[in-house]
Write a protein that binds this ligand. Structure first.
Ligand code: GLU
Length: 293
């Protein structure tokens, strides 16, 4: 039997219209999938129920079709798979690798400020610039935590990073690939994220957890995404090891910068593909502009 073809995926969040940065990501996926004879899947990352909207899912489909990118029919939609993420959380909880945390952002800020005042040193931050969680709820009596949960107090679930790294028990790595298939191995340092949140107060999962569960469920072998997600991969490789899921190969593409030198983002109202289309710009012109002529 011939080997199974590689599997690629493009995974936008339907919290706004797609812009040129998404087009670059989708076209890079298409180019590499074609280079390696792979399948190309679509995934809708809509765990954020307050910001994601059905009309944006329809917009994603329209824009991708307009660009002429051929995905396999259908898509996996994260909001329909909360049970899968709950199962992964249960696995980690049984092994004592996650704990509930009731802290508000303000409580964390206050605790960090107190530590800084005491030590005279800046408190460490994660790669996104947020202070590492100072561990307040890690020391909570389990009976008290259970009581507060039973009383309906909102809480997140945090990964106990030190315990998780110890449980993974070996040096964690992933391999980067490119068009010429020259792989190099990257050793990950998940500890720089501290005890991060794996299930939010408003949503029973997080980006990190959902993405690795879904990549495994969809049989993804080649992850192609922007360089902004390179640091998050450290967490993903750790979680894949803990949950005994395969680690795909990774490729991080360049990011498009706006005139202000910042990464294009929906929140900065970057010009949407729909707006380009309305102005009569053709998909061929978009492809050319992004270097995919
Ligand atoms: N949903 C993420 C985004 O829109 C991409 C996730 C990924 O490629 O891992 O930025």
């Amino acid at each position: 039997m011939p080997p199974a073809p590689p599997v690629f995926r493009f995974a936008p969040s339907p919290n706004g219209r797609l812009h040129l940065g998404h087009a670059l990501s989708a076209l890079t996926n298409e180019a590499l999938a074609s280079r390696f004879g792979g399948r190309l899947l679509l995934r809708i990352e809509d765990i954020d129920l307050t910001r994601c909207r059905p009309e944006f899912i329809a917009g994603i489909e329209t824009d991708l079709e307009w660009l002429g990118i051929r995905f396999e029919p259908g898509f996996r939609q994260q909001s329909r798979h909360f049970d899968d993420y709950a199962e992964a959380l249960m696995n980690l909880r049984r092994r004592g690798l996650i704990y509930p945390c009731f802290c508000s952002r303000q409580e964390i800020r206050t605790a960090v400020a107190a530590c800084e005042a005491e030590t005279g040193r800046a408190w460490p931050t994660d790669p996104d610039g947020a202070p590492l969680y100072p561990g307040l709820c890690k020391r909570l009596d389990p009976d008290e935590a259970a009581r507060r949960i039973a009383a309906g107090e909102p809480h997140v679930l945090r990964l106990d990073m030190a315990a998780a790294i110890a449980a993974a028990g070996r040096s964690l790595r992933y391999e980067v690939f490119g068009a010429e298939d020259i792989g190099h191995v990257v050793r990950v340092e998940p500890e720089r994220w501290g005890d991060l949140v794996l299930a939010r107060k408003d949503v029973p999962t997080s980006y990190h957890l959902a993405v690795i569960v879904d990549d495994a469920r969809q049989g993804v072998t080649h992850v192609v995404r922007g360089r902004d997600l390179e640091v998050a991969t450290d967490v993903h490789v750790l979680l894949q090891n803990l949950l005994e899921l395969p680690t795909p190969l990774y490729h991080f593409h360049r990011l498009l910068l706006g005139d202000d030198g910042q990464k294009l983002a929906k929140s900065r109202a970057s010009r949407s593909l729909a707006a380009f289309r309305a102005d009569g710009i053709t998909p061929a012109e978009i492809r050319r502009q992004l270097g995919f002529a």
